[in-house]
Design a binder for this molecule. Structure first.
Ligand code: UDP
Ligand code: MG
Length: 160
């Protein structure tokens, strides 16, 4: 076990990141994964997946009353998505920053949505909004055997 990682173990969070169907169709999967990878977070789950309607509804259940909910469910189930779990200290808030504002026209340049999208309804990527939702969404989209615990070779060069 690497002693330098022990101190921060309690602060380690999980976030559920998903390349939405537009990101897959537009060939942005590598570009999006690359941004989380280069930042230094750890990938613990990854799969291409066709989302069933029931899962999309469960994932977005908090938005059920919104006018855009039916089109949101159609969008998320319209083609394969790339599901990921990224792990690290502060990963939830940091991933939201890397992703940028919900409306891509308001998202800062340098963010995924700011650089790669123009419309809220086609904003290419999802990221959990709290550590609790990171856990909830990870459990929703991944089975236990699909997640991997491992120590990246670069770990001592990322965390002191
Ligand atoms: N969405 C939409 N219209 C809106 C607001 C949201 O189509 O006016 C979609 C959009 O794809 C967004 C998702 O619903 O990413 C979830 O909304 P949320 O407010 O949770 O935004 P996010 O957390 O994805 O930034
Ligand atoms: Mg959200």
């Amino acid at each position: 076990f690497l002693p330098h990682l022990v101190a921060s173990l309690e602060q380690v969070e999980q976030t559920y990141i998903m390349v939405k169907p537009d990101g897959v169709q537009r060939g942005l999967v590598g570009e999006i994964i690359s941004r989380f990878e280069r930042k230094g977070f750890k990938l613990t789950g990854l799969k291409l997946f066709q989302c069933p309607k029931e899962l999309a509804e469960e994932h977005y259940k908090d938005l059920k009353t919104k006018s855009f909910y039916p089109t949101l469910i159609d969008y998320i189930t319209s083609g394969p998505v790339v599901c990921m779990v990224w792990e690290g200290v502060g990963v939830v808030a940091s991933a939201r920053k890397l992703i940028g504002s919900t409306n891509p026209l308001q998202a800062e340049p340098g963010t995924i949505r700011g650089d790669l999208a123009v419309q809220t309804g086609r904003n290419v990527v999802h990221g959990s909004d709290s550590p609790e939702n990171g856990k909830r969404e990870t459990a929703l989209w991944f089975k236990e055997g699909e997640l991997y615990e491992w120590t990246p070779a670069q770990a001592p060069w990322l965390m002191e």
